[in-house]
Write a protein that binds this ligand. Structure first.
Ligand SMILES: [Fe+2]
Ligand SMILES: [Fe+2]
Length: 355
């Protein structure tokens, strides 16, 4: 085997042939522009190819012990050597011989007796193609990494923007601070239990984090009022799902986030607001949001009443299971709290956090 110095950057060709005269001819043809490896048998060729990873293999077919087809098959079967271009050089010139070589993954076929110029030209062409293929792969990898990086950046911006919008409402309405995060946590858990796909759950999470942004339109005097709301004040409060919808409708989320927010106070029997939609008209995601919202709101402190606690909140939705709230969603919610020890991660006392 002929090996040049390690710092030689010329491409390396592995010549595989059991005939010394053919080897000499190929060496004389290629030695000026290439580093050369020589193997006089199939097993030796596989050993050198695995060790030195040549840039191209010139492979004789008719060899004792292991023929060129088998060598090619094994080179292509090994992930370490599969990408190395193989050119068959053989006296076998029948179409069927060439076809078999190509089927095994060879890139070209040179018939003996060969012309030196033909060998040189074909070797150059395939080395050039291989170099372009490698560059393409590395450029693709680079692009993939850039896309991943940009996607992560956009995602971080989206998350921060959602947080900022949620915070704007919570700063105006500190008594419900953390409400949207807790609703999001519960809504996602319920959605997982009722078999909603992971991608759709992400939409529910975002809608839950933003469902009350419309409260930005409600006067602080109403939001922080202690005691029962007057009729006119309650009427005012009821516009917030519509305002949430108006704020969110032009954001091109891949999920119906604005509609979910719009429908979070709708009830199956048409008793909800703002549009009095009935069961078939309410999105399945909004039915989940409605239950999570009701449970969180009823269990937490409000300026006009003390916190009812989680068990009272669960009894509240259980009593309206199938009439105002979706039965399957309510069942999933009850199971989460009563059998799976679900609890809110976010502190309900968000007022101190914000003030
Ligand atoms: Fe609401
Ligand atoms: Fe809410």
């Amino acid at each position: 085997m002929t090996e040049n110095a390690a710092d030689d950057s010329r491409p390396m060709i592995l010549i595989v042939d059991d005939n010394a005269t053919n080897i000499d001819l190929l060496v004389n043809t290629l030695k000026a522009e290439h580093r050369l490896g020589i193997a006089k048998s199939g097993p030796k060729a596989l050993e050198i190819a695995a060790r030195l990873k040549p840039d191209l293999v010139l492979l004789d077919i008719m060899m004792p012990e292991m023929d060129g087809y088998e060598v090619c098959r094994r080179l292509k079967a090994d992930p370490q050597t599969a990408a190395i271009p193989v050119i068959f050089i053989s006296a076998m010139s029948e179409t069927v011989d060439k076809t078999r070589g190509f089927e095994l993954g060879a890139v070209d076929y040179i018939t003996k007796p060969f012309q030196a110029a033909e060998v040189t030209a074909r070797v150059r062409t395939h080395l050039c193609l291989e170099e372009m293929r490698r560059q393409l792969i590395s450029q693709n990898l680079l692009l993939e990494r850039k896309v991943e990086q940009k996607t992560a950046e956009i995602r971080a911006i989206l998350e921060a923007s959602i947080d900022a919008m949620a915070l704007m409402v919570e700063i105006r309405d500190p008594y419900t601070a953390g409400h949207q995060q807790r609703v999001a946590q519960l809504a996602c858990a319920i959605a997982g239990k009722v078999g909603i796909a992971a991608d759709a759950i992400e939409g529910i999470r975002i809608a839950a984090l933003l469902h009350d942004v419309g409260k930005i339109r409600i006067p602080v005097s109403i939001l922080s009022r202690s005691g029962s709301l007057l009729e006119a004040e309650f009427h005012m409060l009821k516009i917030h799902p519509q305002v949430s919808y108006d704020i969110l409708k032009n954001i091109p989320f891949p999920w119906p986030v604005a509609q979910m927010a719009y429908q979070h106070h709708e009830r199956l029997d048409g008793s909800g607001y703002p549009r009095g939609l009935t069961a078939a008209e309410i999105l399945p995601e909004a039915k989940i949001l409605a239950v999570a919202d009701a449970v969180e709101a009823n269990s937490s402190y409000r300026p006009y009443r003390p916190a009812h606690g989680i068990e009272a909140a669960l009894e509240f939705i259980e009593a309206q299971k199938g009439t105002r709230y979706d039965a399957q969603v309510v069942a999933a919610c009850l199971e989460l709290f009563r059998r799976e020890n679900f609890s809110f991660d976010y502190d309900a006392g968000g007022r101190e956090r914000l003030l």
